[in-house]
Write a protein that binds this ligand. Structure first.
Ligand SMILES: [Zn+2]
Ligand SMILES: [Zn+2]
Length: 385
């Protein structure tokens, strides 16, 4: 078995890995690298693309799926496999697709085709996100996908006691010191302090992911939540609930009623003077615009600040976004919600399994490990397993 890194190691974006068993090959993820427009696509030849029989997707985010259409344009005609919820968040593609849930449940072994077996588990990163363990020709390789065991919202089937010749593991936070549990405590403490005040709190969050963690923490403190109705729809969705949300999350939000953001959004779009009054008071407001690109969301942020409130950022900031501008001007606070692992968490995960080689991915920092079995690779590298 050969593992070829087409992207995602020692860089951020275009996550894509090609596994060649000798008799067939398959891809895990096909992402786009937005921050480097000169090399947006995975480093794959036409031959590698046309030769791949399956593209397994870990989850819907663009750094894992944004090159799927490009692959198809380049002649990929295999099957795309992903969880049902991942497909629901993505456009329809003109190739055969297979939902993982139709093959088997989490941690069940699937005989996918002669010579290829795999199992998948939920990775705790967002609705629909999974990790994979593949076995072919007596060799095995694990991909954690974007992975976090301490999400306040999502289920994670912890990767434990597995053997694999190689494991490609989420190490997105690199040398950052604090781990997910510390981050959760820091955000909880910040919310406790904010909860004593009367002002509004604004959370710019992505469409899928951290928003639900925020909603849970607000609900637990009795702070009213104002957000897009899609959040409540997701929480109430009978297909998503049991499969993707943790029991403690469902319990915490069981009685929640989310205030509609629509009047605020409409006032912001019209630049109406009523905006300030609409955002005022003790509440947590979520906008699905993590970088604050939308002028209406920028107006909401300014109204929240003018009403004596706070803007709370919880994830990576784009240097060009308004969220970053507010942070640089010390008008926004940053409390991370972990949706990935740092290097220490990655090593702890590796130590709970038996992996011949550990290959960190999702981190653009130049990482150095003092372990013989950790291989810091980059796009274009190959490993014989
Ligand atoms: Zn992701
Ligand atoms: Zn990612």
């Amino acid at each position: 078995m050969e593992l070829y890194i087409a992207g995602g190691c020692s860089e951020h974006g275009r996550n894509a890995f090609l596994v060649n068993s000798g008799s067939f090959s398959f891809l895990v993820d096909a992402g786009i690298m937005k921050e480097k427009p000169e090399v947006p696509w995975p480093q794959l030849s036409d031959e590698q693309i046309r030769g791949a029989s399956v593209l397994f997707l870990t989850h819907s985010h663009a750094d894992h799926t944004g090159a799927a259409e490009w692959l198809i344009g380049k002649g990929f005609s295999g099957i795309i496999a992903a969880s049902r919820e991942t497909f629901r968040m993505l456009p329809a593609w003109p190739v055969r697709t297979v939902c993982l849930e139709d093959l088997g449940g989490p941690l069940e072994i699937t005989d996918f085709f002669p010579g290829l077996k795999f199992l998948w588990g939920r990775s705790g990163h967002c609705v629909g996100s999974v990790w994979y363990l593949f076995c072919a020709g007596g060799r095995s390789v694990l991909f954690s996908g974007d992975y976090q065991e301490y999400s306040a919202a999502y289920r994670c089937d912890e990767i434990r006691d597995y053997s694999a010749d190689a494991a490609v593991l989420d190490c997105a936070y690199g040398y950052e010191k604090e781990d997910a549990r510390v981050h959760r405590r820091q955000l909880s403490e910040a919310l406790d302090a904010f909860a004593l005040k009367d002002g509004p709190l604004l959370f710019p969050v992505p469409s899928h992911g951290r928003g639900l963690d925020v909603i849970r923490l607000l609900e637990e403190r009795g702070i009213p939540v104002m957000a897009d109705t899609s959040f409540e729809e997701e929480i109430r969705d009978e297909h998503i609930r049991p499969m993707w949300f943790s029991e403690s999350f469902l319990q915490a939000v069981s009685g929640i009623s989310i205030l509609s953001l629509t009047p605020v959004k409409e006032a912001a779009e019209k630049n109406d003077t009523s905006l300030m009054q609409l955002v005022s008071g003790r509440k947590g407001i979520l906008v699905k615009d993590s970088q604050l690109w939308d002028p209406a969301d920028i107006r909401i942020a300014e109204a929240v600040l003018a009403a004596g409130g706070n803007v709370v950022l919880t994830g990576k900031q784009d240097p060009a976004g308004y969220a970053r501008k507010l942070y640089d001007e010390k008008r926004a606070v940053f409390c991370r919600i972990s949706v990935h692992q740092n290097a220490e968490e990655m090593m702890r995960l590796a130590d709970k399994n038996r992996f011949g080689r550990v290959i960190p991915y999702h981190c653009r920092q130049k990482l150095v490990f003092d372990r013989d079995n950790v291989f810091v690779l980059e796009a274009g590298d190959r490993v014989e397993l």
